[in-house]
Design a protein around this ligand. Sequence first.
Ligand SMILES: NC(=O)c1ccc[n+]([C@@H]2O[C@H](COP(=O)([O-])OP(=O)(O)OC[C@H]3O[C@@H](n4cnc5c(N)ncnc54)[C@H](O)[C@@H]3O)[C@@H](O)[C@H]2O)c1
Length: 210
Amino acid sequence: MKQEMKIPQATTKRLPLYYRFLQNFANEGKRRISSQELSEAMKIDSATIRRDFSYFGALGKKGYGYDVLYLLEFFRQTLDQDEGANVALIGVGNLGNAFLKYNFQKNHNTRIVVAFDSKAPHEGTEVNGIPVYHPDRLEEMYHEYNAELAILTVSSRSAQVMTDRLAAINAKGILNFTPVRLNVPESMKLMNIDLSVELEALIYLIRNSD
Ligand SMILES: NC(=O)c1ccc[n+]([C@@H]2O[C@H](COP(=O)([O-])OP(=O)(O)OC[C@H]3O[C@@H](n4cnc5c(N)ncnc54)[C@H](O)[C@@H]3O)[C@@H](O)[C@H]2O)c1
C-alpha cells in the first residue's frame, strides 16, 4: 500500500471490503452515499466506517455523505488495485489446493503465480495451470515469477523454516494460515488467519446479540 501513515490492521482488513461495496454502488449508478447506507449494506456500524475513513483524511462532507466515484478512485489507488500482486503459495495440501483452484483474479488483480510443495517433483508440476515446484527451488522460482508475498499453508513443523527462507529472499509479506506464531523481521508484514478464532468471534456475537 502506498499509505505511509499508521493505519490499524482492522481498518486495513476492511479496505478491500469497502472497495467491493463501493464498486457495487457505482455499478448501480449511485453517486453519493452516507455512512449510514454503507453501514446497512456492509453490516458494519457507521461510527466504525467514519473512523476508518478518517484515517485517510476528510473524505465525506456533512449532510452530503461520500462521493462514490471519488471514494472508489481513492481506494483503488490506496489498494493498488491496478497493479495487483504476484503471490507464491507455500504448501499445496488440502488448504493450498483449494487456493490454487479458487480464481482470485475474478475479484482482484492479485494472483497466485507459483506454488511450492515438498511432494512436488524437482522439475515441477501444475495444478489448475499454476506451476508447483519442490521447495528446493523456492529461492530461484520466487524471483523468477516476480512474487511479492506468500500464502503459507504448510504443515506446522515447516512453518518457521519456510518463513525464514522467505525472509532471506526479502518476501514483503506472509498470509499465514498455519497455527504457528511466526517470527518475522520488522521489514516483513505478517497477517494471521485462523478460522477457529473467527468462528469463536462469530459464536460470541451470536451468544451476545439480543
Ligand atoms: N487457518 C486456518 O483456518 C486453517 C484451517 C485448516 C488448516 N490450517 C493449517 O494450514 C496448514 C495446511 O493445512 P492442510 O490441511 O492443507 O495440511 P496438509 O497436510 O494437507 O498440507 C500441508 C502441505 O504442506 C506441504 N509441506 C510440508 N512442508 C513443506 C515445505 N517445507 N515446503 C513446502 N511444502 C511443504 C506438505 O507436503 C503438504 O502437502 C496447516 O498448518 C494447518 O494447521 C489452517
